[in-house]
Design a protein around this ligand. Structure first.
Ligand code: NDP
Ligand code: 2IT
Length: 449
């Protein structure tokens, strides 16, 4: 068998040359290729069909301008993308991100990750991602509306219920999905399930808002139970205070854990005695309605302290749940967490751990659930929303929540099966290999496409 390390180096050299100046994309590919290469080299049929080479080249990328007008009458132009990465196992599916840090590299990494995440859910969904470098912070509702309407005026040509179905991500929540969907309907003159994360009054699924955070805690509990333990009674450091972080906190509290932090890009709040239901309610309102800063939680409640420009990774905790953004947990953070006795890292965000931090978790055999497994609950319930829309039915919260739980358990099972290493489960390898195999089989069957 060829030397896997050498083959990985060779592969990455070519990929970096073809995709210069795209560090996030390189990082996401390298992680998958590192897990998959030994298996790939063992399977000549996949190798001869150049499955890895084909899977790392997006089907297409649409780039376009979004022109819009501020309330003061100034004209602005942003750049937007839709990366349609791979639709071997179902229509393209993945979120839209609005943030000034959005680049083609970021969206390619996210679209690439989405292929394997969606495959792990067992549902028929391909991988895509899109978004814009538009900054929604500080914009009025009407500015957001004008931006979303303008964006959809171009995007609508490239999506469709059986083609590509966008949803939310950073900076894109219920308000933005409604504006985008409204414009799609106006342009197409038909109601179609072209987006997920819709309001429940117009075709959205119960539990979709909560699904990523809830699913992350279900996965974490499955992972700990597989090791004869559970989330109950554990102290959990959570980063972020957006959609994923807040609903992860809600479910963690529900399962008897102690949530000791939340954060945003200004810093983190530490809640020594554990986040209470009342504090969480305040945080939901603060972020969803007032669109305020997490420091206000410390201003409002005794026993909550705000640490400017700090992440939660210096805190002593048993579980770390990064739920903000990519590369928010680096090697020093990983070292501090390990020195403080962390037993599990469960990723609500996409690729929140830098490569060298992930290497350290691997070396120290820390249970490390990668985002493509642990945060797949969001897209899984998006898939269930698509099913309900096609059937013209709407399932109860209980039914969707039960489906979510069983999908997360199935994902855990796929990771455990594919990540067995001398009596230990490597969840990163398990998720990458498990997600890859289903898509690779489909591509192999299609011939040269
Ligand atoms: P939101 O926009 O609701 O919240 C994002 C949170 O992360 C905010 O608290 C934000 O703080 C913080 N944040 C963003 N960028 C940074 C940064 N550079 N440094 C520190 N904090 C930052 O997004 P979501 O909760 O939806 O998404 C969070 C993560 O989860 C992302 O990685 C996303 O890709 C992933 N994800 C989301 C899913 C979903 O269904 N929504 C599904 C699966 C994964 P601030 O307000 O200051 O910017
Ligand atoms: O990263 C993700 O999985 C998401 N932002 C959700 C995608 C979706 O289509 O629901």
């Amino acid at each position: 068998m060829a030397d896997a390390k050498k083959e990985i180096e060779q592969f990455m050299k070519g990929l970096k040359k073809r995709n210069a100046h795209e560090p996030e994309f390189h990082q996401a590919v390298e992680e998958v290729v590192t897990s998959v290469m030994p298996w790939y080299l063992d399977h000549d049929d996949y190798r001869n069909a150049q499955i890895l080479e084909r899977l790392t080249e997006p089907d297409r990328i649409v780039i376009f301008r979004v022109s819009w007008e501020t309330d003061a009458g100034c004209i602005r132009a942003n750049r937007a993308w839709r990366v349609q990465f791979n639709h071997a196992i179902g229509p393209y599916k993945g979120g839209l991100r609005f943030d000034p840090s959005v680049t083609q590299s970021v969206l390619k990494f996210l679209g690439f990750e989405q292929i394997f995440k969606n495959s792990l859910t067992g549902l028929p969904m391909g991988g895509a991602k899109g978004g814009s470098n538009f900054n929604p912070k500080g914009k009025s509702d009407r500015e957001i509306m004008r931006f979303c309407h303008s964006m959809m005026t171009e995007l609508h040509r490239h999506i469709g219920e059986d083609v590509d179905v966008p949803a939310g991500d950073i900076g894109v929540g219920a308000r933005e999905i409604s504006y985008l969907f409204g414009q799609y309907m106006r342009l197409q003159n038909r109601w179609s399930a072209v987006m997920t994360g819709k309001g429940t009054s117009f075709g959205g699924s119960a539990i979709r808002t909560e699904a990523t955070g809830y699913g992350c805690v279900y996965f974490c509990d499955d992972m700990l139970q597989h090791h004869d333990d559970s989330v109950e009674g554990k102290s959990i450091a959570i980063s972020g205070s957006g959609n994923v972080a807040r609903y992860a906190a809600e479910k963690a509290i529900d399962k008897g854990a102690k949530v000791i932090s939340l954060s945003d890009s200004d810093g983190c709040v530490v809640i020594k005695n554990g986040l209470t239901d009342e504090q969480l309610k305040f945080a939901h309102e603060l972020k969803e309605v007032k669109r305020g800063r997490i420091s206000e939680l410390a201003e409002k409640f005794d026993g909550v302290q705000f640490h400017k420009d700090k992440s939660p990774w210096g805190l002593k905790c048993e579980i770390a749940m990064p739920c903000a953004t990519q590369n928010e947990l680096d090697h020093d953070d990983a070292k501090q967490l390990i020195d403080n006795g962390v037993m599990a890292v469960c990723e609500g965000a996409n690729m929140p751990t830098t490569s060298d931090a992930a290497d350290l978790f691997r070396e120290k055999k820390i249970l490390h659930a990668p985002g493509k497994a642990a945060n797949a609950g969001g897209v899984a319930v998006s898939g269930l929303e698509q099913t309900q829309n096609s059937m013209r039915v709407s399932w109860s919260r209980e039914k969707v929540d039960n489906r979510l739980k069983s999908i997360m358990s199935e994902i855990h099972g796929r990771c455990a099966e594919n990540g067995q290493q001398n009596g230990h489960v490597n969840y990163v390898d398990g998720a990458n290999i498990g997600g890859f195999r289903r898509v690779a089989d489909a591509l192999l069957g299609y011939g040269v496409v």
